[in-house]
Ligand binder design. Sequence first.
Ligand code: ADP
Length: 744
Amino acid sequence: MNGMGRFDQAFYDRAVVAAERPASQDILLVTIDAPTIESLGRGPLNPAVHAALLERLGGARAVALDFDFSAPDGAAPDSDAVLARAIRQHGRVVLPAMLSPLPRPTSVQPPVARLGEAAAALGFANVVPDADGVVRHATWRAALRDGVWPHMALAMLEAGGEGDRARRLVSRLDASGVGGIPYAGPPGHLRTVSYLQLLQGRVPADWIQDRYALVGNGSEVGEAYRTPGALPARGMSGVEILGNMIQAARDDIVIRPAPNWLNALACALPVLLLCLALRYLPPRGALLLTGVMFVAVLAGAFLALRYVQLWFAPSAALLGLALSYPLWSWRGQETVLRYMDHELKRLRREYPPILGEARSPALGTNWSVEDRLDQLRQALTRVRNLRRFLADSLDGIPDVTLVFDAGGRLQFCNRAALDYFRGLGVRAPRNGQPAAWLMEKIVADADARADINRALHELRPDEREAPWSLDLEVLDYTGRNFIVKCAPIRTDEGTYAGSVVTLNDITAIRQAERKREETLRFVSHDMRAPQNSILALVDLNRGRQQDAGAQHEAWTRIGQLANRTLRLVDDFVQLTRAESLHIGQARVDLTALLLDAMDDVWALAQARGITLEAPRELPQAFVRGDHALLRRALTNLLDNAIKYTAAGGHVRATLEEEAGSWSVSIVDDGVGIAAADLPHLFQAFSRVGPTARADSGAGLGLAFVHTVASRHGGAVRVDSRPGRGSTFTLGLPADLAEDDETGD
Ligand code: ADP
């Protein structure tokens, strides 16, 4: 987890480079470079030369002589003594020791005793590159069998009087004493002078005074190490690494690897957070968040390195994040597909195909997404068909049907409903309209409306199982009778989702009922009354000695009553026939009919002393219809005119064409009709005016005329004034066919 894999190393190097700092002016590198070698010769320098150099560095805060002094100089044994003297004289010189074996040292090899004893401090100076050859870490302090050894950088601080800084740094390291080197810059970053330059005294004194002087081989002469971010060709000398370490220690920064538990947490937490967020995000958001988390982990690792010098290896977190998204997508897709399969199966089970859809093959378990989409498409087509099917079914219902949602707002209305509203003269209902508003347009009775509204808005517990939540008879504004029924709609889970309201037009039934009532009344009274009178008369005359006059009187009365009954029955039968008979389409000449009808009533008119007249020249007036019914209608009108006209009066018939129809008018100068009676004159059983006349009927004659007229597509109207006479006009559509064939 903290393995510094190749990716982590690259990231670490970039982060270290990004955190570079200006070089400290307190550190001076004194390196043996090409000109030095040229003038002093190749190979280890004579210790006496070092002694001379030390003299030049007399003002330095501390001096590190980073050369191998582990063996006495065989060529010039005395010179070691010269150097030892110079070291002792300087007093703040640090010499290197070598840890061995690497990388797990167990012992340290100090410089030759003479020099070692003269030095102010000793420190190990090993440089240990990582497997890829880059020097990232150093062992700042090594606990060996023979004691704890500091790194030369810390020994320098100790010698320079800044031992507290060295101790503070060490205290922050773990037992291994290993810490990352926060390089201040690339090779060549620190102030560097050449050994020769210094030896010749060509270095400004204030570069030396109170500075840390580090003397060693330059990178082009000695070992050159790769450092983070540096090109492989440009290595850093061991002495510059030492300089970087001194600067870091003085700045109190050392890069520590995060403890394993913290690193594990830092890797797991982003992945966990992403997994949680994925549950709630749409796929696009999830992808975006994954990218954001990626950047956040990298930024977090960088910031931790830069500001708290803690190293978190980000690769494990990044790998976790990178895997989370595809894994989550895969699981999500599987779940969706499984759910889809389940629902498709359910749909298939619950709704067998309607409207002749093709039956799709059964679902396979290893179907591709495309196959399933195909299935879904088919299923959706079926759902759409189902909707169409329902809408068409509702449209096919002849009753007004309105569907409301749970809030009482219109969701659907069928064709009958649209027609009905059009008939009412109200704007067609639209979806979303409140039920209360619609009901106000239909139902006049406020109580009934309240009942309907209640049924549409809630479902009482006792109604949960009932098929209807309302069953009510109401009267609409046009006077039509309706049965209003509300049926609750329930969701799959059984909750109330709305209502279907049907308005069943029962006006015809109610009318038939009223008619039956009237008929019963007629039969029970008007037909029975003459019979009773007959019986009474018969009783009266039975066994009684009577004179011829009285007997004649009685027989006349009996005859009248019997006639009246007969006529009533006759009228009734005729009216019923006129209402129900199929009307033929024969071509009929109204003039001929009118003349025939006048012949029928001629005798009656004669008997009553009434003049019956018609124009001498009448046109041929063809209509289509039933010969017998029309003739009887005309006879009825003439008959009434004669009956309700006093002796000596006139009854006149006329025939004329107006606006495509023939009008026959029967005009009399009889008793006339009161204006108040005119509106219901043509209703069955309505008798107006004085009814005590022996020859008055049951009020069926005009009803018959009216029925015949309307069934022939015509109309009858009356114009009358009491005492002046009446005019009844029968209008029938003219048959304008050219041929003069008279039909049967
Ligand atoms: P009825 O068989 O009783 O005559 P009708 O339907 O023919 O019934 O007439 C209904 C009523 O209309 C009559 O009772 C009568 O009072 C009135 N009526 C009909 N025709 C005339 C008329 N020409 N003049 C005056 N009153 C009439």
